[in-house]
Design a protein around this ligand. Structure first.
Ligand code: BES
Ligand code: MG
Ligand code: ZN
Length: 479
C-alpha cells in the first residue's frame, strides 16, 4: 500500500520560501484571476475550472496554480476534487515533497476537512505487487499551507487514511484478503481503538444456528469468520448503532458459476465489510463519545464436492427457512444471519448494512450512486443529508409489500431470488428485510457499483476499490 497518512502544516505561506518543496500549489478562482494568470491558463488551454491545473513556464519555477471554478459556486466536493488534481499531478511528476496552499477562507471547517481528505485520498496507489520501477512511490510528504482550521484538516486526514486502508483490503486479491486477514484487521483496529473484538469460527457459528452463513461457507476450505467489533465510547444507556458488512472475500458464484469475464473483480465482494472496517478504523482514531457495533460475516463463495446447491433449504439464525435457488445470490444469505444476530443480541438505535449485493444496481445507477432501501423514512432522510454533505451519492429504491411478496418461497419461508428478470436490487433488499428485527430502523446500502471504480475520478483511481460510503457513515454518526 502507498498513501500519505498524515499531513504536515505550515502556518504562514511566507515561510514557503525557506523550505525545499519540489512543487508549490496555489489556488485560484476562475473569476478572480489577474491578467497574467488568466493568460497563463489560456496558454495551456485551461480556464480555471475545478480540475484545471497550470504550471509556470519558467523551468525554475516550482509553482502550479490549480483552479477551483467560480468563487460564487464553492462546494466541499469541488475543494476535495481540486485537491485530488494537485496530488495527481505531483504523483505523475514524481515529486517527493509538496506544499499546497489551502483555498479555504471563511467557508467553514468542513471545507478544510474536505480539502484535506482530497489530498490524502488522491495520494493512494496500489503498488504492492510490482517488483520493477512501477512499484516505486515517490511522494513523501504533503504540507498544507495556511490551513484555516488545522483540527478539521487533521480529522479529514484521519478519515481519508482509514478510507485508504479499506481500499487496500479491497484491492488485495482473494488469496491475500481472506476471512482470516479481515479478522486480523479487525483485531488490529480493536487494539488501537478500545474495542472488543470477537471472532466465531465455522464450528462455533454453525453450532450457534447460523445455517444460512454456514451453507454458503460449506464449499470453501478457507476458514470462514464471523467478526464482531464493539465500541462503547458513549453512555451505557445509549443504544448502539449497528453496522453490518458483506465480507465475501471471493465470489465465484458457487455451483451457479459466474461467467469468466471480469470474475477477478469478485475480489471486491468484501467491499461492504471494508465500509464497516473503515468506519471502525476512523472511530478507533477519533474516539468519539458514541456506541457502535460492527458485524461482518466473511467467507469465500466456492464450488466443489461439499458446496451448497440450488434447491437446498437453509435455516437462518432467527429460525426462518430459506430456499436457495441460485448459489450466486450468496451475499443476502450470509447477511441474513448477521442481521438476525444483531437484532437479537443488541438493541440497536438503527442498523445499516453494506453489501456488493447485485449486478443489477450497477446497471441501474452505474458506479456513480449507491442504491439504498429502508424500512424507515426518517433514517433515509438522515442518510440523504450525509450523502449531500460528503458528495457520496445515494439513490433510494422502494421496498413495497409487493416486492417483499416476490421473495416468498413455495417450499420455505423465503427464497434467495425475486421474480425472474425483475427488480433484482430490490429483491435483495426485500430478502434482507425478513431478517431485521421488528421495529428496528434499518437501511441497506447496495454498494456493488460504488465500491470500486472503473474510471479515474480525481481522488479515486480506476480499477481500484474506492472506499466510498465510509465518509458518509462517519458524517451520519457525527464521529
Ligand atoms: N457479488 C455479486 C454482485 C456483484 C455483481 C457485485 C457485479 C459487483 C459487480 C452477488 O453475489 C451476485 O452474484 N449477485 C447476483 C444475484 C442474482 C443471482 C440474483 C447477480 O447480481 O447476478
Ligand atoms: Mg454472488
Ligand atoms: Zn457476491
Amino acid at each position: 500500500m502507498a498513501h500519505i497518512k498524515k499531513l504536515n502544516f505550515l502556518k504562514n505561506h511566507k515561510d514557503l520560501v525557506d523550505e525545499n518543496y519540489g512543487m508549490v500549489a496555489v489556488p485560484t478562482f476562475s473569476d478572480k484571476m489577474d491578467k497574467d494568470l488568466e493568460e497563463l491558463f489560456k496558454s495551456q488551454n485551461k480556464t480555471g475550472k475545478v480540475g484545471d491545473l497550470v504550471f509556470e513556464i519558467d523551468n525554475n519555477s516550482r509553482i502550479v496554480y490549480y483552479g477551483l471554478g467560480d468563487s460564487s459556486d464553492k462546494t466541499a466536493e469541488n475543494f476535495r476534487r481540486a485537491a485530488g488534481e494537485v496530488v495527481g499531478y505531483a504523483l505523475q511528476h514524481k515529486y517527493s515533497d509538496i506544499a499546497v496552499e489551502c483555498p479555504v477562507t471563511d467557508e467553514g471547517e468542513y471545507f478544510c476537512q474536505a480539502f484535506a481528505e482530497g489530498l490524502i485520498l488522491s495520494s493512494y496507489r496500489f503498488l504492492d505487487y510490482f517488483t520493477d520501477e512501477r512499484g516505486e512511490y515517490h511522494l513523501k510528504s504533503i504540507t498544507m499551507v495556511d490551513a484555516c482550521n488545522q483540527d478539521a484538516a487533521k480529522k479529514g486526514a484521519i478519515i481519508a487514511s482509514a478510507v485508504c486502508d479499506s481500499r487496500d483490503l479491497g484491492n488485495h486479491p482473494g488469496n491475500v484478503t481472506t476471512p482470516t486477514r479481515l479478522a486480523n484487521f479487525a483485531k488490529e483496529v480493536g487494539k488501537k481503538g478500545n474495542m472488543k473484538v470477537t471472532v466465531f469460527d465455522r464450528e462455533e457459528f454453525t453450532k450457534m444456528g447460523m445455517g444460512s452463513f454456514a451453507g454458503v461457507a460449506q464449499g470453501t476450505n478457507e476458514p470462514p469468520k464471523f467478526i464482531i467489533m464493539e465500541y462503547f465510547g458513549g453512555k451505557k444507556s445509549e443504544k448502539p448503532v449497528l453496522l453490518v458488512g458483506k465480507g465475501l472475500t471471493f465470489d465465484t458464484g458457487g455451483v451457479s458459476l459466474k461467467p469468466g469475464l471480469n470474475m477477478d473483480r469478485m475480489k471486491f465482494d468484501m467491499c461492504g465489510s471494508a465500509v464497516v472496517f473503515g468506519v471502525m478504523n476512523a472511530i478507533a482514531e477519533l474516539q468519539p463519545k458514541m456506541n457502535v457495533v460492527a458485524i461482518v460475516p466473511s467467507t469465500h463463495n466456492m464450488l466443489g464436492g461439499s458446496a451448497y446447491k440450488p434447491g437446498d433449504i437453509l435455516t437462518a439464525y432467527n429460525g426462518k427457512t430459506i430456499e436457495v435457488l441460485n448459489t450466486d445470490a450468496e451475499g443476502r444469505l450470509i447477511l441474513a444471519d448477521a442481521l438476525a444476530y444483531a437484532s437479537k443480541h443488541y438493541d440497536p438505535e438503527y442498523m445499516l448494512d453494506f453489501a456488493t449485493l447485485t449486478g443489477a444496481v450497477v446497471i441501474t445507477l452505474g458506479h456513480i450512486a449507491t442504491g439504498i432501501m429502508s424500512n424507515n423514512e426518517t433514517l433515509v432522510e438522515n442518510i440523504k443529508v450525509s450523502s449531500d454533505n460528503t458528495g457520496e451519492h445515494v439513490w433510494q429504491l422502494p421496498l413495497w409489500d409487493e416486492y417483499c411478496d416476490q421473495v416468498k418461497s413455495e417450499v420455505a419461508d423465503v427464497k434467495n431470488l425475486g421474480s425472474p428478470g425483475q427488480a433484482g436490487t430490490i429483491a435483495g433488499g426485500a430478502f434482507l428485510k425478513a431478517f431485521v428485527g421488528k421495529d428496528i430502523p434499518w437501511a441497506h446500502f447496495d454498494v456493488a457499483g460504488t465500491s470500486y471504480h472503473v474510471e479515474n475520478r480525481s481522488y479515486i483511481q480506476k480499477n481500484s476499490a474506492s472506499g466510498q460510503v465510509i465518509r458518509l457513515v462517519l458524517d451520519m454518526l457525527g464521529a
